[in-house]
Ligand binder design. Structure first.
Ligand code: PEP
Ligand code: MN
Length: 362
């Protein structure tokens, strides 16, 4: 690729799409998908896994180095730049030698600073484009740290990929999105474009559109979507892959928000935001008053040897608020999080009052 990947992503007027199979499975499969993707004007980069980090050792672990020329040749023949996942120095060396255009660091590698450092060192002195997926655990600092390792090695063509976070016993999604984490990432690294990988978040092609739309509404720069000529027969991640037609129809259904400021919307939004800010002021005044009352209760608890936590009272309080959440047009999840946060803060205040010598202000 001639230009830096970050510039190509940023200069894209709508969204930047990376597509291709979870794994390269045969020369024919790679050719088929490359041809189909070359006809889709959204697709700017073709992905395929060559070495697959799998949870269980008896799963398909990728075909390794022999699949590299399939991808590079197909990319050149159909005019689509290519990217693969690398997890160590020997992957990097083989990928660079084969002429792959960009590399991504998988979630299972980003968690490991030794592996990230090894890859960064192996790329030192090159101007390789690198995309870094979030670590599998929701650790913002670890994700940011991986970027620092590449920056320190002199690499500056870096893009982030949000692919959700692994949890035990997940319900709806294969990997929970925890959208607040990519938002916090953007706050710290506004220079880094953010791509969403709805395939690994959803784990199921039926949920791809809703996750992709969510990412678009959060102003993500692009999407990485696993696309396979025959998804149901894919050797890895079959349930979440779509075929080229599925990809096109998904992208057509996406609503891309192109801001229209012609009607002085900016001023209108600012006026409403001013009102919101006044309400926020009130909210904080109320919280402060609430904590003061809580401290008064703390004094009585101290004087009468009553424990800070009164489980029964808390259970009543939280269940009352949860049953009312609909009346306030608030989700149960929000009410739970908010009340938990208020309760924790109240416990901190009362603990300080009850143990004046041992607790410090924090
Ligand atoms: C992949 O992209 O196929 C992959 C293994 O992803 P992740 O690192 O997000 O699990
Ligand atoms: Mn996959």
């Amino acid at each position: 690729m001639k230009n830096k990947l970050v510039d190509r992503i940023r200069n894209q007027s709508d969204l930047f799409v990376i597509a291709g199979p979870c794994s390269a499975e045969s020369r024919e499969q790679v050719n088929q998908i490359a041809q189909a993707l070359s006809l889709n004007s959204w697709v700017q980069l073709m992905r395929a896994g060559i070495w697959k980090p799998r949870t269980h050792p008896d799963s398909f672990e990728g075909l390794g180095e022999k699949a590299l020329p399939w991808l590079v040749d197909a990319g050149r023949e159909y005019g689509v730049p290519t990217c693969i996942e690398v997890a160590n120095k020997s992957h990097v060396d083989a990928a660079l030698k084969a002429g792959v255009d960009a590399l991504w660091i998988g979630a299972r590698t980003t968690v490991n600073p030794f592996a990230v450092q090894e890859i960064a060192d192996a790329l030192k002195g090159t101007d390789t484009s690198v995309l870094i997926k979030n670590p599998i655990n929701p650790d913002l600092e670890l994700w940011l740290g991986a970027f620092e390792r590449f920056n320190n090695a002199g690499l500056d063509d870096l893009t982030a990929i949000h692919r959700g976070f692994s949890i035990y016993n997940h319900a709806k999604y294969r990997n929970v999105p925890r959208w607040e984490i990519p938002i916090a990432f953007n706050e710290k690294r506004p220079d880094v474009p953010m791509i969403c990988d709805p395939s690994h978040i959803a784990g199921n092609r039926k949920l791809l559109l809703e996750v992709s739309q969510y990412a678009m509404d959060l102003n993500f720069d692009g999407l990485m979507i696993e696309t396979h000529p025959n998804p149901n027969r894919a050797l890895s991640d079959a349930k979440q892959q779509v075929d080229a037609i599925g990809l096109s129809s998904l992208l057509e259904k996406l609503v891309l928000r192109q801001p229209d400021f012609s009607q002085d919307v900016g001023t209108m939004i600012d006026e409403i935001r001013d009102k919101v800010s006044i309400l926020d002021d009130q909210l904080f005044d109320i919280l402060s008053d609430r904590m003061q009352l809580s401290e008064e209760v703390g004094i009585l608890k101290r004087e009468n040897n009553i424990t800070v936590l009164q489980q029964e009272h808390w259970n009543q309080l939280i269940s009352k608020r949860l049953t009312q959440s609909n009346d306030y047009h608030l989700t149960n999840q929000f009410v739970r999080t908010l009340m938990d946060a208020i309760h924790q803060e109240s416990i901190r205040h009362q603990t300080r009052i009850m143990n004046p010598k041992t607790t410090k202000h924090s």
